[in-house]
Design a protein around this ligand. Structure first.
Ligand code: NOJ
Ligand code: NOJ
Length: 706
């Protein structure tokens, strides 16, 4: 009896952990450069495997400084007290062992982006046997404090090809290949990328001299997927995917699918500069909308820095966010940040703590999942040479829990985590704006959060003509005046637009007013992952879903329910035909929630490289795409967003592309030209047909049919 109950409890705990993993919208992420946080274990400072890369004086910014996994583990209560619910740590795989550049005193991969062995843990972060002990200890300490673990993961490359170990890659200690010894084609061996607007170079050339992995090689494909599964089996909840613009895009769809097939997870990637000024912008949001991989929000990053640090007008931020919301389907899954390990810290740009607080308050209340860079809550910055990489990777020299920033993060984290679903799931609407003042509202059904920011350092502003969805009543500042805010009175209006009484917003103020409603029907705010084949587990989150099991319908088919709680339901994708479904949840009394889209794949994804030789001629701006009979091939779509492509033409008029196709399925397809003006030209003849392998990687080559 007792052991049954214990088993039951253990199952419940495991389930709870699994369930929340896929819905990251309530998380507050804290980014840690592992080497620069806390030296929790001095025995790994200068390990013999890679001796001489450590600088105990912390004066060489390119050396290891001693921070490690044990150090992060020691700071759990500091993190928990701040309200952080997820930590994003440096790539933790075994990195290369030698000085990267023999002309400099020490140039070490302290940041983790120079892997030598994806199957092992780096000895400077763990221990000299590259064992999992420190990693496992960190994961269990984090989990027992309610903190999820996100590992940075670089699929694009091994390590520097111009020194050190020259790209050498190992599989759990066994040599696989290096730049000059690669008989099996594990690497691409192309020059460095010179044109960042060329899709072929982006994916197949070398990024910053980092030895470029060939993911279409079945051994590398299997190696990277096995390695990420190993990290999942050690309890990793989510991954930040490095340099996703530079990894073969179609292969990444298959990688994401492989992660979700293994266990619930959350993925977000670095598509460096996914904003409207980037010629690859359309590719960036198409990728985010279709792959199951969300993106770091570089548009908001730039706009927040411009507006709060450089004092640009709020219209820049408002325009950026409304543009992105129109293009990114999964807005609330975008990962927002204003500082990172790759750019000058905010306080380097403008050493003004008020502005930092205002930017933090914005980040923690805007749409998307916020990331706080370690040390921002302690006002740390080093301004050497403009404070960029590596000077933004400061040593975490202070852990004061009474800073205003620490308190602010704590308060707004609490609002997002547990009390008001508007922050995690809500819409975003501008309510009042001038150059210095921005008032915006988040709303999820009857949950409303209204935020007012005046970034002017000395002038107050009278606010009149403000409308809100907050019901008539009086609201106190949720921040309790921490950033100078006070109460708000609202009268009743109509159509969700209630007039607020006139008030004055003092200089450098943030006020947050909010309310929560009681749902009368189930309210769905999230689904994760957004794409998958029959059999994988998917979580729907929201509120008022009820405490007894209801139904989840994909078309007319009811899914089998794994678990059902008031805020979260997990189901298994039923055996329905592939396509996009408006998933319909009903509570146990049959009351329907709002629907949410989910893409059912035909089967688990396999990377397949398509080549079409001697395709129809194109002019600048015209591209060849592939389109075909299953959702993986765009369901015969003929637009930029629905067909698969653009294909790549390094050997024009031959075009090729790697795409992710359903393993074991027989698919029909054709190639099309989509001209710059959208005109579609189909190749002639009957459809091509191909049966996708059930494992490894596939290749198909055909001639364009005239
Ligand atoms: C982007 C990472 O954020 C950066 O720090 C790293 O050096 C490059 N990708 C290469 O991995
Ligand atoms: C690349 C161009 O950008 C594309 O538009 C064109 O179709 C091919 N080259 C062939 O000219």
């Amino acid at each position: 009896m007792r052991s049954t109950r214990l088993l039951f409890l253990a199952t419940l705990l495991t389930l709870a952990n699994l369930l929340s993993a896929q819905d990251f919208k309530k998380q507050i992420i804290y980014q840690i450069v592992t080497d620069r946080f806390v030296d929790g274990d001095t025995s790994n400072d200068n390990p013999s495997e890679s001796a001489g890369l450590f600088d105990s004086t912390h004066s060489n910014w390119y050396a290891y400084w001693g921070g490690d996994l044990a150090g992060i583990q020691q700071k759990m209560s500091y993190l928990k007290g701040m309200g952080v619910t997820a930590i994003w740590i440096s790539p933790s795989v075994n990195n290369e062992n030698l000085n990267l550049n023999s002309n400099t005193p020490i140039s070490a991969p302290y940041h983790g982006y120079d892997a030598r062995d994806f199957m092992q843990v780096e000895e400077h972060f763990g221990d000299s046997s590259n064992s999992w002990t420190a990693f496992d200890n960190l994961v269990s300490a984090a989990h027992s404090n309610g903190i999820k673990v996100i590992v940075d993961w670089a699929n694009n490359h091994s390590n520097y090809n111009g020194g050190g170990e020259f790209g050498a890659l190992y599989n759990n200690g066994t040599f696989m290949a290096s730049d000059s010894n690669d008989p099996n084609g594990y690497f691409h061996h192309n020059p460095n990328i010179s044109n960042y607007n060329d899709r072929y170079q982006l994916q197949y050339y070398t990024l910053l001299s980092l030895e470029d992995l060939n993911q279409e090689n079945a051994t590398i494909d299997g190696y990277l997927k096995t390695a990420v599964h190993q990290f999942q089996s050690h309890g990793v909840d989510a991954f930040r995917l490095d340099a996703i613009k530079h990894v073969t895009w179609g292969w990444e769809y298959s990688f994401a699918n492989s992660v979700f097939t293994q266990a619930p997870s959350f993925l977000y990637g670095e598509w460096y500069n996914n904003n409207s000024g980037d010629p690859m912008y359309h590719d960036a949001y198409k990728f985010a909308n279709k792959s199951g991989i969300n993106e770091l929000d570089f548009g908001v990053n730039q706009a927040v820095r411009d507006v709060f640090a450089s004092n640009n007008n709020f219209s820049e931020l408002d325009g950026t966010i409304s543009g992105e919301n129109a293009n990114f389907a999964w807005n609330n899954d975008q990962v927002t940040f204003f500082d990172s390990h790759d750019e000058s810290r905010f306080l380097t740009l403008n050493n003004n703590n008020n502005r930092l607080h205002e930017a933090m308050a914005y980040l923690l209340t805007t749409r998307g999942i916020p990331v706080i860079l370690y040390g921002d809550e302690q006002y740390l910055h080093n301004d050497t040479s403009g404070g960029g990489d590596p000077y933004c990777r400061v040593w975490m020299s202070s852990f004061n829990t009474s800073t205003t920033a620490y308190q602010l993060i704590n308060k707004l984290a609490g609002l997002r985590q547990s009390s008001n679903d508007a922050l995690a799931y809500g819409s975003y609407q501008q309510r009042w704006i001038n150059n210095d003042v921005y008032i915006y509202e988040r709303q999820f059904f009857n949950d409303v959060v209204l935020v007012a920011i005046n970034k002017n350092d000395s002038s107050s502003y009278p606010i009149s003509g403000l409308y809100t969805a907050l019901p008539a009543g009086t609201y106190s500042d949720y921040l309790g005046g921490l950033l100078g805010g006070s109460g708000l009175t609202v009268s009743s209006g109509s159509g969700g637009n209630n007039p607020a009484n006139n008030f004055t917003l003092p200089a450098h103020t943030v006020a947050v007013w909010q309310t929560t409603g009681t749902p009368s029907a189930p309210e769905v705010g999230s689904i994760g992952p957004t794409i998958g084949q029959p059999g994988i587990k998917v979580t729907i989150a929201g509120r008022g879903l009820g405490s007894t099991t209801g139904q989840v319908l994909l078309g007319a088919t009811a899914a089998s329910i794994q678990s059902w709680a008031d805020s979260s339901v997990t189901f298994t994708v039923p055996n329905v035909s592939n396509g996009v479904y408006q998933t319909q949840l009903k509570n146990s009394s049959g009351t329907a929630a709002n629907t949410i889209p989910f893409t059912v794949l035909t089967a688990a994804l396999i990377p397949v490289t398509f080549t079409v030789n001697n395709a129809t001629p194109t002019n600048t701006g015209d591209y060849i795409f592939v389109t075909g009979s299953t959702v993986e091939l765009g369901s015969w779509g003929t637009t930029f967003d629905t067909a698969i492509g653009p294909m790549l033409d390094p050997n024009y008029p031959n075009w090729f592309l790697n795409a992710a196709l359903p393993g074991g399925a027989t698919v029909q397809f054709k190639f099309i030209k989509i001209a710059a003006n959208g005109t579609v030209t189909w190749e002639n003849g009957s459809n091509h047909q191909y049966t996708v392998p059930t494992s490894g990687t596939g290749y198909v080559t055909v001639n364009w049919q005239y």
